[in-house]
Design a protein around this ligand. Sequence first.
Ligand code: PRP
Ligand code: ZN
Length: 304
Amino acid sequence: MRNADVPADMRLKIAVQKSGRLTDSSLDLLSRCGLKYSRGKDQLMCYGENMPLDVLFVRDDDIPDLVQEDVCDLGLVGLNVIEEKRLAFQAREVGPLFDTVQLLDFGRCRLCIAVPEGFHYEDAQSLQGKRIATTYPHILSRFLKQNGISAEVVVLSGSVEIAPRLGRADLICDLVSTGSTLAANHLRNVHTVLESQAALIRTPMPIPAQKQEWTRRLLMRIDGVEQVKGSKYIMLHAPRSALAAIAKLLPGSEAPTVIPLEGLGDRVAVHAVCPENVFWETLEDLKDAGATSVLVLPVEKMLA
Ligand code: PRP
Ligand code: ZN
């Protein structure tokens, strides 16, 4: 069946943040998975041209709900939002819950306790009896409970950072990535409550049979893209006697491929995929161990 013939309700739907820190990286991930798309006039949806897959652009806070309610099959969203929604759904005894399939290598940020100038913070006990503004009431309440703190959680839907200045709260619990929002509002990060990064989530409902094959392929491609991020392909020549020393130096690689070199007697070519970056120091160590003609190449795709 050609892509254009797939009925709309049989197309996979993936929710992506409309505009924010995850948007570009999310679209980049889908492009690396081979998706070619055109963005509609309303900018709220992308139509996958070469896969039966559509991208819906929504507020990141809405992504877990859309996936939970099976409106979207998949979503790309931060752990901060995932964890807050998971606790909220649990509190309402909603189940079964959406599933976190895999962590993704982008969108890193932290959910932090931040205090205004002049606030004396020593440890969590300094929060006793205070008013804390946040858009993450469930994660904050759990943190307070774990530390035996009794404090008032002031739930806001945005612009948390101005709450202390307006007298609505004594301090805040908010997301920090570059830290510029805190600095601009004369706030200081004193404690990290949650480390966050992007993740892939999927509906708790069974995926209809007609969508299963593309779901499987997309998940495998996403996994492949994540695996090769930072991976390098190393090629070098070395005397056979140096192989053990060289294998030890190749960062994280499994058994390298060893190929005899025609007419060069004892010398062999070594090829290996290293699942992490290869630094100049490693190349220098390889050279000291007897390697020559060392080449390092980026890996574009990998299918395990
Ligand atoms: C967060 C947070 C701050 C900003 C911090 O908002 O509420 O406003 O990011 O980033 P910085 O440390 O780089 O200055 P978010 O992007 O989650 O927006 P949203 O609440 O509208 O989703
Ligand atoms: Zn948000």
